[in-house]
Design a protein around this ligand. Structure first.
Ligand SMILES: Nc1ncnc2c1ncn2[C@@H]1O[C@H](COP(=O)(O)OP(=O)(O)O)[C@@H](O)[C@H]1O
Ligand SMILES: [Mg+2]
Length: 258
């Protein structure tokens, strides 16, 4: 069965694209899942940029105008086999794009892949709601601050109304500062569990400059470990730490007697 998970938020800049790129990479590389990540933020698309994919002659835009099939807009990113459907970087390619076609477009992937991750547009406008409508489940991306949390409350309500199952809140860019909201405070306001706390980590910005997900660039970093834990949680797998420190430790671990 194909899982379609929308990654959404009310506020922009909270980490949706980062979460999509990193979860996609872990699902594909570590769990050997057949994964497609889709840039559904067609008006201000970033997913392709985050992965260094600048030359993509066919994009989601042409699929949404009816000029291409979804398979034609799919590109392999990495040896792991992660596949990406980018949106166009060109303003002129927005002409004729019908975002209402997103749901039927994504449906064409049903039964063909294991997981589809949708990188949503922020807010509650047409573009953002199209992602919720195309999703069976949603991840709500938040930061530990009041404004984004208030917006997430609305996203939760909208997702419930549309019938997309909220999987929980991901608190991103957590600094554990006194002025930040705690996960408990967020949970009480939104009435959903906080399923991941991803730290504010410079490695995420370094990885962006190198155009690769932090989980591939720096698997041992604090943010990568949290992304790995989150991926295991979403797949209902046991979390196994990775990264070079862990692999080194494994080499020296005494072998168990049979
Ligand atoms: N955990 C993090 N630590 C540091 N920087 C982050 C983290 N998560 C995201 N960022 C940075 O924040 C910016 C916005 O993230 P992005 O994923 O584009 O948000 P959105 O898709 O919600 O607009 C990017 O520059 C990204 O590299
Ligand atoms: Mg984004």
């Amino acid at each position: 069965m194909t899982r379609v998970i929308g990654v959404i938020s009310g506020k922009g800049g909270v980490g949706k694209t980062t979460v999509v790129a990193n979860l996609g990479a872990i699902f594909a590389q570590k769990y050997k899942k057949d994964v497609v990540i889709v840039d559904c933020n067609v008006s201000t698309s970033h997913l392709g940029l985050y992965l260094g994919m600048y030359y993509t002659p066919i994009t989601l835009n042409q699929v949404l105008t009816g000029d291409a099939e979804i398979e034609e807009a799919m590109y392999e990113y990495h040896v792991s086999g992660l596949r990406v459907i980018p949106s166009s970087l060109s303003y002129s390619d927005l002409k004729g794009v019908d975002i209402a076609r997103l749901k039927s477009t994504i449906k064409k992937l049903f039964g063909k892949v294991d997981i589809v991750l949708l990188d949503g547009a922020p807010g509650l406008g047409r573009e953002a709601l199209a992602t919720v409508r195309a999703s069976d489940e949603v991840l709500l991306i938040n930061t530990p601050f009041v404004p984004s949390t208030m917006d997430i409350m609305k996203c939760h309500q909208v997702a419930t109304e549309i019938g997309a199952k909220p999987l929980g809140v991901i608190l991103n860019m957590v600094g554990k500062e006194k002025y930040e909201m705690t996960p408990k405070e967020v949970e009480e306001l939104i009435e959903l569990p906080v399923i991941s706390n991803i730290p504010m980590d410079k490695n995420v910005l370094r990885s962006l400059a190198l155009k690769m997900p932090v989980v591939l660039f720096s698997p041992g970093s604090r943010s990568s470990k949290e992304f790995s834990k989150l991926a295991a949680h979403l797949l209902e797998e046991k979390y196994e730490p990775d990264g070079w420190v862990y692999n080194l430790m494994k080499l020296f671990r005494p072998k168990s007697k049979k």
